[in-house]
Design a protein around this ligand. Structure first.
Ligand code: NAD
Ligand code: UD1
Length: 336
């Protein structure tokens, strides 16, 4: 299939390219590198031995985006491009509403202009908010608790309305849990700008000596060891979920929503221990106050994706830590 990938140079996008190219899809990447490096795309080419189109372009630039669509004539879009830092979204909500929502609208308009009717959208488990029950399934009520999460919720709704304008339009909304790890080559991985907000990249930078110690945000939650519990999914499993989603277009109409997670909750202490084992490094930590907005625990019900997409997560937390360590130790300063 001819697939246009927005944000393809980013963390999840670059890993997804590997999955798609290995299945012989034809790819065109649109990225403005606001949070990524074109080096990731060169590495994907080298790893897969496949070439693809690449455009340095902001998806908000409607006329240029339409030109790319007209030339490439994609049959489907996978939409990763957007801003994703929760704290930043609280400090500057208008930036997030503008970039994420206007970006999505600009993309859907470009799709309409060239009759491209299939989209896979990167949504997030963050749309569920405070758990009414666990694990979250796709029918769980939606109540995101920060502007970033609300952009995901609003874009889901916009895409649903977009599909209603034409019986042939199809959308797959993928709600990711906590994507972590790296391609097992150690050539591509997560390369956050500045001090990482998320647990795994933070631990990896402590292990490699870039940061002194980990702050564990609370050890007094009502969980099995007092620390927060999340569903960590290997980014290569997540990438394969996109290839499975694209295949599913022929079997569906309208909108389908899938959780992509492992179904297992892992605590912060358990992640630290697994990383120590994988890296052979000590991970010094301090217990710090709870982080504002953090939920104690959540994990996915992913049976719908297992049953309909024929997809399931295969990698364990030990595999995740091994691959994360491989990437970080091979690329201490990321792509720089
Ligand atoms: P990322 O920042 O690594 O990738 C996003 C890519 O989009 C980057 O390459 C960035 O340069 C590009 N981009 C951003 N705005 C753009 C614009 N206006 N025009 C063109 N390109 C633009 O993030 P990621 O972790 O790979 O996440 C990909 C998607 O998945 C995002 O939409 C994110 O919100 C969503 N998501 C991520 C996580 C996670 O934990 N990483 C969890 C749930 C959902
Ligand atoms: C965060 C975002 C969420 C986003 C997700 C993407 C917040 C509040 N939530 O989720 O919207 O979809 O990333 O993966 O930012 N932790 C520490 N020390 C650290 C970092 C994290 O103890 O330095 C703990 C957290 O308290 C949490 C767990 O590790 O219990 C995972 O945190 P993180 O990796 O930031 O992911 P989420 O909070 O699940």
């Amino acid at each position: 299939m001819r697939i246009l990938v927005t944000g393809g140079a980013g963390y999840i996008g670059s890993h997804t390219l590997i999955s798609l190219l290995s299945k012989e899809h034809e790819i065109c990447v649109v990225d403005n590198y606001v949070n990524s490096s074109p080096i990731a795309l060169d590495r994907v080419r080298r790893l897969t031995n496949h070439d693809f189109e690449q455009h340095d372009l902001d998806i908000g630039n409607g006329p240029e985006l339409s030109n790319v669509f007209t030339k490439f004539q994609p049959e489907a879009v996978i939409h990763f491009a957007g801003l994703k830092a929760v704290g930043e979204s609280e400090r500057d909500p208008l930036l997030y509403y503008h970039e994420n929502i206007s970006g999505a609208i600009s993309l859907l308009k470009a799709m309409d202009a060239c009759n491209c009717r299939q989209i896979v959208f990167s949504s997030s488990a963050t749309v569920y908010g405070e758990p009414c029950y666990l694990p979250y399934d796709e029918k769980h009520p939606l109540a995101p608790i920060n502007p970033y999460g609300r952009t995901k919720y609003f874009i889901e709704e916009i895409i649903k309305d977009w599909t209603k304008t034409d019986n042939n339009k199809k959308a797959i909304l993928l709600r990711y849990f906590n994507p972590v790890g790296a391609d097992n080559s150690g050539e591509i991985g997560e390369d956050p700008d500045g001090i990482p907000n998320n647990l795994l990249p933070f631990i990896a930078q402590v292990a490699v000596g870039r940061l002194e110690h980990l702050n564990i945000f609370g050890d007094d939650y009502d969980t099995r060891d007092g620390t927060g519990i999340r569903d960590y999914i290997h980014v290569s499993d997540l990438a394969d979920g996109h290839a499975a989603a694209v295949n599913y277009f022929t079997k569906m109409s309208g909108v389908e929503i899938f959780n992509l997670g492992t179904g297992n909750g892992i605590s912060v202490f358990e992640v630290v221990e697994a990383f120590k084992q994988a890296s052979g490094k000590d991970i010094p930590f301090h217990i710090a106050p709870r982080r504002n907005g953090d939920l104690p625990a959540y994990w996915a019900e992913s049976k719908k994706a297992n049953n309909l997409l024929g997809w399931s997560a295969n990698y364990t937390i030990d595999d995740i830590c091994r691959d994360s360590w491989h990437w970080q130790s091979k690329n201490q300063e990321g792509y720089k």
